[in-house]
Design a protein around this ligand. Structure first.
Ligand SMILES: Cc1cc2nc3c(=O)[nH]c(=O)nc-3n(C[C@H](O)[C@H](O)[C@H](O)COP(=O)(O)OP(=O)(O)OC[C@H]3O[C@@H](n4cnc5c(N)ncnc54)[C@H](O)[C@@H]3O)c2cc1C
Length: 494
């Protein structure tokens, strides 16, 4: 087996991988990026392709030039999205939530290709057609074994950055308990129930759709949701996702069943790419960011680190932020000669110092609460909640901070409650008054815990030494939350 040595290995040519590799190289590290796909297919990834604020440096930090992406009409298409719509067609509910600052449904493939090109420009060696199938370790992670264009290769490194996406194989291969940490390893191994499976098609319609300026979400059975995200008025990213806590669902068939009921898709065709139909599925992290994303010689970023919004499944921004952080931390640890948990801790610290980490972590409480109740009750609650409150639950920007704002939301609940009662929504969903009342109390209690989690994550420890204390206090919040919502068994997610 041939052998190659680099200071930093990055596995994955997705968003986290590119942000990590470009950042580490820009800070002077000698970096190789390994991607299993061929060069021309890099960046072709299952995604709803909805992306906000590409021009905000805080959301996409580091040396990748997002301005160039923003100016690239092939990647960004158009700033076409200015609202989110929530449809529950069976009970005639349609909520329209303004999307401040506009958003995009991007061409994810072109975007991915541009990221790979920019990463190469920083001097990163990119090895495509390279499937990583083992990890080497000796007290710390020391590298990987891979098959590159059919030939086995060993790569050695001081730091391995895991940008291999949700359910990363690297995490199954590493024996974390055998790494040299001088005690318990801090790295949190995710459980398979913390993931969802999702599938999407790029569909071309004959006529422009009438929701061309909106990203549309609809509820499905078993806590699933379906989306219509228009890239242009006639090119729609249509997809759906379910949590893995539920039994297997044939995603393709379920999507067809939905689209057959929509007239705009009557003569629609699936777009083609590489001479094939453009349809893809993948797993997706639907949990809070990992408690610790570091181990000796190893850092996780993006989907591999749980940096996805636990309700909406949006993970482009989280992958960029955590990829940047991993690359920056790896380069510094190599330069300092300390790749221990202590030396790599800056990665955890950056994530939870940044607004995104605490927001993603705290929003997971809504996911935990929602997973424990009957989906029809959830639909009734969604029908009743005012638009502003839904925005706060699914967004990462908090809109209702003031007392006045909260009072207005309360009034909105009452108004919607009356109108949905009159409209027969709750009757159609088979929901009793007391079930609805209990669910609303559950939402209110959860909101209190969301605020508590948010604050606790904002005080994430600056160094490794205080981690256990922080974690045990976080675990106590979990217990109080579960008890307050009377959750038991598998409903207790962590
Ligand atoms: C169907 C679906 C819809 C989504 N919709 C949205 C959305 O609308 N907006 C949004 O912001 N987010 C969305 N997400 C989430 C978002 O796509 C992910 O959070 C994001 O892609 C994570 O980026 P990543 O770089 O961590 O991983 P990925 O994008 O998954 O990249 C991982 C890369 O690693 C490579 N790789 C994996 N294993 C190996 C190996 N063993 N050897 C070599 N290479 C390997 C893969 O080929 C891949 O290129 C969606 C996800 C799914 C599945």
């Amino acid at each position: 087996m041939s052998s190659e040595t680099y200071e930093v290995i990055v596995v994955g040519g997705g968003i986290a991988g590119c942000f990590a590799a470009a950042t580490a190289a820009s800070k002077g590290a000698d970096v190789v990026q390994l991607e299993r796909k061929p060069r021309e297919r890099g960046g072709h990834i299952a995604c709803g392709d909805a992306m906000k604020s590409p021009n905000k440096p805080k959301m996409y930090p580091g040396p990748i030039d997002m301005g160039a992406i923003e100016d690239d009409a092939d990647a960004l298409i158009d700033w076409n999205i200015d609202q989110i719509e929530w449809w529950d067609e069976e009970v005639d509910v349609r909520k329209v939530i303004p999307y401040d600052g506009h958003s995009n449904v991007i061409d994810r493939y072109v975007f991915g290709q541009r990221l790979l090109e920019q990463t190469a420009d920083f001097g990163v060696d990119q090895h495509f057609d390279t499937v990583v199938n083992d990890v080497t370790q000796n007290g710390r992670v020391t590298g990987v074994e891979a098959v590159r264009k059919g030939e086995p290769v060993r790569y050695e490194s001081q730091v391995l950055i895991d940008g291999a996406g949700a359910q990363s194989i690297l995490q199954d291969l590493i024996e974390f308990e055998n790494l040299d940490t001088g005690g318990e390893t801090t790295f949190e191994m995710p459980h398979y129930t913390h993931f969802g499976s999702a599938y999407r098609e790029i569909v071309e319609t004959e006529e422009p759709v009438d929701y061309q300026n909106a990203i549309v979400g609809k509820p499905l059975e078993e806590m699933g949701y379906i989306w219509y995200f228009p890239r242009t008025p006639t090119t729609i990213n249509v997809g759906l996702g379910f949590q893995m806590t539920k039994g297997p669902i044939p995603l393709n068939d379920r999507l067809r069943q939905d689209m057959e009921r929509r007239p705009e898709f009557d003569d629609a065709k699936i777009a083609e790419i590489f001479g094939e139909k453009d349809k893809l599925g993948s797993s997706i992290a639907l949990r809070r960011p990992l408690d610790s994303m570091v181990a000796p010689g190893y850092l996780a970023a993006g989907g591999a680190a749980g940096m996805t919004h636990p309700i909406s499944g949006k993970g482009i921004r989280g992958a960029a932020i955590s990829g940047y952080s991993a690359g920056k931390t790896a380069a510094k640890a190599v330069a300092d000669g300390d790749v221990s948990e202590y030396g790599l801790w800056d990665h955890n610290r950056y994530i939870f110092d940044h607004d995104e980490g605490p927001k993603l972590a705290s929003r997971d409480a809504y996911n935990v609460a929602a997973s424990s109740i009957n989906p029809n009750i959830l639909r009734a609650v969604a029908a009743m909640l005012p638009e502003e409150e839904i925005k706060t639950i699914v967004g990462t920007e908090t809109d209702i901070e003031t007392l006045k704002g909260k009072a207005l939301v309360g009034l909105g609940v009452a108004k919607n409650l009356i109108s949905e009662y009159r409209g027969g929504t709750f009757e159609a969903l088979g929901i009793t008054k007391s079930e609805l009342y209990e669910a609303v109390i559950g939402v209110r209690k959860t909101q209190g815990f969301v605020e508590e989690y948010d604050e606790h994550y904002e005080h994430y420890p600056d160094d490794r030494a205080r981690f256990e204390d922080w974690l045990s206090r976080r675990n106590r919040i979990d217990q109080r939350f579960y008890d307050a919502l009377e959750l038991s068994g598998d409903d207790r997610k962590y």
